[in-house]
Design a protein. Structure first.
Length: 217
């Protein structure tokens, strides 16, 4: 029986409710069929990263403050700016405060912990990320590998278990959809170092597995 594949979905900007990836889960499951030779298809184990939950209370409080200022026009546009643009702004860590950044990464760590429990500690990891979610996936994997995760907040490191999946060692498939990662070159003139893909330990855990990073414009 093939090893289960752990699939993590990371959504983009805006308010997102649990279950946002159900239609994609069903579509992916339909595509995974037994081979012509009768080999059983790998089992897909899905998990959502609902990182917007880590920022929603802050955004709600901001809009309440705007409401108290008095009647304002263009309400839908203001909601759009608070719900969408604010996500990208809040996610940027600042020297004095990186609480939003850490809250988002705590959601990622929690989802990967659930995947490790459900799919197995060494399951090949597939990340499907959209929009700002691609930036979150990239920075999380980067921080995880940087000096053995020393840049991660203590509460995030405490949530990461000892399994290869949670340590990012089994990341084999990365699908980035509508990614704004290239825009980060405006902040870093030399762009900085990208994540190491595939991770060094992938071949140790799954020799012969062919990794893929697919970017969809």
């Amino acid at each position: 029986m093939p090893h289960p594949i752990a699939v993590a979905f990371i959504h983009g900007i805006g308010r997102t409710e649990p279950g946002y990836s159900v239609s994609m889960q069903r579509a992916l499951a339909r595509q995974v069929e037994p081979s012509a030779g009768g080999e059983p298809a790998p089992r897909l184990v899905f998990e959502e990263v609902n990182w917007s939950a880590g920022l929603q209370n802050r955004e709600d409080r901001l809009y309440e403050r705007l409401d108290r200022a008095g009647p304002l026009r263009w309400g839908k546009l203001r909601h759009f700016m608070v719900d969408f643009a604010a996500d990208a702004i809040a996610y940027q860590p600042a020297p004095s405060d990186r609480s939003a950044y850490d809250a988002v990464h705590l959601e990622v760590a929690s989802a990967l912990a659930r995947l490790a429990e459900r799919a197995g500690p060494r399951a090949p990891l597939c990340i499907v990320a959209h929009s700002l979610g691609t930036v979150i996936a990239s920075t999380y994997v980067y921080d995880l590998a940087k000096r053995r995760g020393s840049f991660l907040a203590p509460e995030v490191r405490a949530r990461i278990g000892p399994t290869p999946l949670e340590r990012g060692e089994t990341l084999a498939l990365l699908y980035t959809l509508g990614s704004p990662i290239a825009l980060w070159s405006l902040r870093y003139p030399r762009f900085g170092a990208p994540i190491r893909f595939p991770p060094k330990r992938l071949a140790h855990h799954h020799p012969g597995l062919v990794p893929r990073w697919v970017n969809v414009y």
